[in-house]
Design a binder for this molecule. Structure first.
Ligand code: PLP
Length: 405
């Protein structure tokens, strides 16, 4: 079965935000990045660029300006520092730059990425404590307040905006308010949310946040970026443990020369600029968020109709990625389901829950409502092929689901 579809009428004449079926047998990536990119983004990579050349330096500057324009900072308080590598490289760079060596971090963890932050701090030899909410329960503002009261040496708090391992959208505003009321500094891993979920600097005053090329801006993988207060960037001098990941050094060099310190992923940057252009045409953060929300609503409603249930109740669902429980039916086998979905043109993602088997469906990337309707059809057909006539989850999963109000 192909994943073909017709363009919605309001997109037909823009010829820019077109969602096309992937080329030549490629499957749609229902994954949280790398994700399905547009043909224009891929095409932008066909030219080679000299990293020292003025044309490429201008592209880097334009990219940083476009990203800063998404923050809501209208007082020029923030600056943007791109960093080579995957998103985790930028998280590590951010932590090393903005947490002083004698600082202490409170890590708010409710999934794999919160845990990775704690592990990174161990490597960096930075003192930290953790509020560990398990696989998906959200950290709350009052817990942060209590933790800081109990340990005033906490200087920084780190929150994961959308915890991609469950898909929960964490209450970042509530956390930011608590952190500021206690006079502490906030760092945000907005890797999988930035560009599609509002993170307005006027409301959520972070010291720094981090995201990467291959998430909601829909670029290809190869670099991340740190957006931070200029005052904090200045103060970060000499803090990093790492030459290659030194955010201050990268920033200072870029301000002075317009160049990245070491070889930039030139093709990835140029592809990213094309993605940023499409992002703006789509209506920026609001437009992108609206498409992803629609994608999510279609797949959640469609799979629920087949009996599937989501881990999270609706109010905690992000428009980024959704965790579904595997059906209790004894004929259901995730690996077979995965391969049947792949045969139909859709790559899904395994789950990360410890309590029950699950899988995830990403709503981000070059996909729209037509694609998502086909995802639901493919799931229905795959269940048929497995001989599963009821996709409802086991009782233990339903009990787990009730823990989250
Ligand atoms: C994708 C992601 C990262 C970075 O992962 P990489 O595999 O290193 O790109 C970090 N945090 C969150 C929340 C993410 O979704």
């Amino acid at each position: 079965m192909s994943a073909d579809k017709k363009l919605p009428a309001n997109m037909q004449d823009t010829a820019i935000v077109q969602i096309r079926p992937p080329q030549m047998g490629e499957a749609f990536l229902l994954t949280p990045g790398p994700l399905t990119t547009s043909y224009a983004t891929k095409h932008a990579m066909l030219k080679d660029w000299g990293s020292w050349d003025a044309d490429f330096r201008a592209l880097t500057a334009k990219m940083c300006q476009s990203l800063l324009a998404l923050t809501g900072d209208d007082e020029n308080i923030l600056d943007c520092v791109p960093m080579q590598g995957s998103g985790s490289f930028s998280v590590e760079a951010m932590l090393a730059a903005f947490v002083p060596r004698d600082g202490k971090v409170l890590v708010l963890s409710n999934g794999a990425y919160g845990k990775r932050i704690a592990q990174t701090l161990e490597y960096l030899n930075r003192d930290f404590s953790m509020i560990d909410k398990g696989d998906y329960m959200p950290p709350r503002g009052n817990e942060v307040t209590e933790a800081i009261k109990a340990d005033p040496s906490i200087s920084h708090v780190v929150i994961v905006h959308c915890e991609t391992s469950s898909g929960i959208l964490n209450p970042v505003q509530e956390i930011a308010d608590a952190v500021h009321a206690m006079g502490r500094k906030l760092l945000v891993d907005s890797m999988s949310a930035f560009g599609a979920v509002e993170l307005d600097y006027k409301k959520v005053k972070y010291v720094a946040m981090v995201s990467s090329a291959n998430k909601c801006i829909e670029g290809v993988p190869g670099f991340g970026f740190i957006i931070a207060r200029k005052s904090e960037l200045k103060a970060a001098k000499g803090r990093s443990h790492s030459l290659a990941l030194d955010v201050h050094a990268q920033w200072a060099h870029m301000v002075k020369t317009g160049q990245w310190r070491f070889t930039p992923p030139t093709h990835v940057v140029v592809a990213f600029l094309e993605s940023l252009r499409a992002h703006a045409v789509e209506g920026g953060v609001a437009g992108r968020g609206a498409r992803y929300t629609k994608n999510r609503d279609i797949v959640v409603a469609g799979l629920r109709e087949l009996g599937f249930e989501t881990l999270l109740k609706d109010e905690w669902l992000s428009p980024i990625i959704v965790t579904f429980f595997c059906p209790a039916h004894d004929k259901f086998d995730f690996n077979r389901f995965y391969n049947l979905m792949k045969d139909k043109g859709f790559i899904i993602y395994p789950g990360k829950l410890t309590v029950a088997d699950s899988f995830r469906i990403g709503c981000i990337g070059q996909m729209d409502e037509f694609v998502m309707h086909n995802v639901v059809k493919a799931a229905k057909q795959s269940l048929n092929e497995l001989g599963v006539d009821d996709a409802s989850p086991p009782d233990i999963a339903i009990k787990e689901r009730l823990k989250l109000y």
